[in-house]
Design a protein around this ligand. Structure first.
Ligand code: 13P
Ligand code: SF4
Length: 367
């Protein structure tokens, strides 16, 4: 059914001014800095990184490898010295995703894996809300984000005060927050969801109506899959909202055999043209199972490189919308992060306890 209502900052006369909060403390340093490694292309670097290059040879030209491999080698050595793990979202560049990450995945997989980490240090290669989620689930570990400016247009669209205003307007209606929100927002809601489990989370509440925030398009997608009345917020992903149905139709007209898969953060006219809709992990599983000859992935375009590295036989036609926030994470700042233990993510403990409950409630749904 269509969404039952959509609200935004302009709908609340008494809304306090201000942005979504909860940024990490600036470049906190929690341990001694390590000596800076050499970034020379040597025989030792070539030998040590050869198995990594085998995974990347379809997406990184051989001429570029000597420029990239020394940083990959240094990061992998520093991880051992720091007893650190690197968690990387599917949208990270291939040299990060396949070169240095210990665990890769979608938002749900990363949150679940974060609960199992044994290392002392987690380096989150993704955006800020992902690093906050890892910190919520690992309050006693050092969680680092190589560039704390890696934000998200969805997380920036709503504050904790906005959630309180929505609750005043709809008393008794439970609130589901997409994980693409700040810890401050997670602390105000009943449960979190990701694009992998949004419908399941909404239905788990056994309520006739649910406030679902902040992504209006994911809310519209969820509303199309459930009888629960969905009240939405006017947030959108700046990457996925740029795709259009016309763009998808043009791909099909050029080659009617092409397969098109899309992320549910896209507008409804885009999803109407897609052969499959799912989270980044569900899209990857779909490609692994179907192995289409030609594929268009309607999502952040680094993911197409990561999939092509694994399945070179699938030809990717790539409308390339990059997430500027995901792109802030680079091999250079990951190296710096491991050397200096900055920037450390910190969350006020009383707020963290409430936000953690919302994330754990989601994770426990499948346990
Ligand atoms: P998922 O990886 O959970 O599908 O999320 C996509 C996204 O845009 C994360 O920022
Ligand atoms: Fe946020 Fe969209 Fe970037 Fe994901 S792709 S981090 S939802 S802006």
């Amino acid at each position: 059914m269509p969404i039952a209502g959509i609200y935004g900052p302009d709908d609340f006369a008494n809304r306090p001014q201000g942005q979504a909060t909860s940024t990490p403390s600036a470049a906190a340093q929690t341990g001694p800095a390590l000596p800076r490694p050499s970034l020379e292309w040597t025989a030792e670097v070539e030998r040590a990184t050869a198995p990594i290059y085998e995974r990347l040879e379809h997406v990184i030209p051989p001429i570029e490898w000597p420029l990239i491999a020394p940083a990959i080698h240094a990061i992998n050595q520093l991880k051992r010295a720091r007893n650190a793990v690197i968690l990387a979202h599917n949208y990270q560049a291939p040299e990060i995703f396949h070169g240095v990450a210990d665990i890769g995945g979608d938002s749900l997989q990363l949150a679940v894996e974060a609960t199992k980490v044994k290392a002392d240090v987690i380096v989150q290669c993704g955006v800020h809300f992902m690093a906050e989620t890892s910190k919520l689930l690992n309050p006693d570990k050092t969680v680092l984000i190589p560039d704390s400016r890696a934000g998200c247009s969805l997380a920036a669209s709503i504050t904790g005060a906005d959630v309180r205003l929505l609750r005043e307007r709809f008393p008794g209606v439970p609130v589901v927050a997409y994980v693409n929100t700040s810890a401050e927002v997670k602390a105000e809601v009943d449960i979190c969801c990701t694009s992998s489990n949004a419908v399941q989370v909404v239905e788990s509440l056994n309520a006739p109506s649910v406030i679902f925030l902040p992504d209006r398009y994911l809310a519209t997608y969820v509303a199309s899959k459930t009888d629960v009345k969905i009240i939405a917020w006017k947030g959108a992903c700046e990457v996925h909202e740029r795709f259009t149905g016309d763009e998808l139709r043009a791909f099909r007209e050029a080659d009617p055999s092409v397969q098109i898969i899309a992320h549910p953060e896209c507008p409804p006219d885009v999803l109407a043209e897609a052969d499959f809709t799912g989270s980044t992990a569900h899209m990857i599983s779909w490609v692994r199972e179907r192995r289409p000859r030609r594929l268009v992935m309607i999502t952040e375009c680094s993911m197409a490189d990561n999939v092509r590295a694994e399945l070179p036989e699938v030809e990717m036609l790539r409308p390339c919308n990059l997430c500027p926030h995901m792109r802030r994470i680079t091999l250079a700042n990951i190296l710096e992060s491991l050397l200096t233990l900055g920037e450390e993510v910190t969350i006020d403990p009383s707020l963290a306890a409430r936000a953690r409950r919302s994330v754990e409630r989601m994770i426990n749904l499948n346990n």
